[in-house]
Design a protein around this ligand. Sequence first.
Ligand SMILES: Nc1ncnc2c1ncn2[C@@H]1O[C@H](COP(=O)(O)OP(=O)(O)OP(=O)(O)O)[C@@H](O)[C@H]1O
Ligand SMILES: [Mg+2]
Length: 414
Amino acid sequence: MRVIIYTGKGGVGKTSVAAATALRSARHGHRTVIISTDSAHSLSDSLETSLSGSLQSISENLDGIEVDMQLELETRWKEIQTYFSDFLASQGMDGVTAKEMAVFPGMELMSALFYVEEFHKTDAYDVVIMDTAPTADTLRLLAFPDIANWYFDHLFHMVKNVIRIARVTVGKLMTAPIPSEQFLDDLESIRERLVYVRDLLTDPEITSIRLVLNPEKMVITETQRAYTYLCMYGYTVESMVINRVVPEDLHEEYFRDKLDEQRIHMKTIDEIFSPLRMMRAHQMPREVLGKDALEQLADEVFGDEDPTATYSLESPMKVFEKGERVVMAIKLPFLMDQKLELYTRKDVLTLQLGAYKKSISLPYALAGKPVLSAEVEGSWLNIEFEGEKVGKGKGRKRRRSGKKARKTPRRDSD
Ligand SMILES: Nc1ncnc2c1ncn2[C@@H]1O[C@H](COP(=O)(O)OP(=O)(O)OP(=O)(O)O)[C@@H](O)[C@H]1O
Ligand SMILES: [Mg+2]
């Protein structure tokens, strides 16, 4: 299964390009599904069909769904939501507020991720196209499997406490509802499923992130930041679509300044994002609405090519030996004015870039080894660790089984 996720600043054309890709993918004979994770849900408008929170057929080989949080709450999250709202009500919160509060942050993100997981497990589709909300929300979505680990630790802790309190208050007045078996099972399976989906999304053979942008300064800057954060979270940014390029052969006086400006921005995009694969689409004379207009957009972006082709398999994280040292390299293509902090604790390396934080479980060969240096070289942050030979006896030993120590980084929840 192939997963293609379109992301970018608000209004750049993510929905249009995602819908165009989905139509073209289906035409190439791939069993395709398009998922909208944006609560604004303009995918229906773009395709001029009415999609809903359940899978629906759009055309031959193409299904679509707009993740509907209300529906997800009533089905997938019922047990969990019921327990939490009962819990909050038992603590004195009024019924309506308790119900509202029981929608904990990230539920809608998990729903979207679980669709990807289900499609993969059931081999339901060859291609999954994701139309996402503007950058900040999408980063939240894609960082979620990592953050969820922390989150679930706290959730489990809270539930355990409730059970403990329930035990010691037997015969006395209960202060909180006891979680049902179903609830505990649900919680347990969520963590496993998130690990599964995270592995799918960070596998460059399966998942590609495509950046959509316009040739405008503010858009370029936001795209650079997004690119860096996506790399930090281990995603492969594989290509970009420069949308709404004003045709050069417009001889209207009115567009002269716009075209001058655009030339500068196109040059900038080329200089800073190369060698990333770049596809282009012109500003169309009319709004891109309906299947015919979307097919035209697909022609512009992909020509005769299969839109599901993989343009890059580069993983944004590598571990290699350099003399007696071991280097962990993390791709961070555009470090701008954000503060970058790095610290290690036992076998976890934490990277904080601006407001975003990422924890990486170190490979066995690096766990407990001192960090000797950390330097940015071009697009990569190279963190040098003391090698195994140097630190013999000090750090953690290789695995007892005698198998070769793992050299690829593990993430949080492995
Ligand atoms: N190449 C194009 N030429 C003309 N109009 C376009 C083009 N691409 C997109 N549009 C139009 O621009 C508007 C915004 O596009 P779209 O909804 O695809 O952007 P988006 O990035 O998904 O926005 P949001 O961030 O709100 O989800 C739509 O009306 C769409 O029809
Ligand atoms: Mg959109």
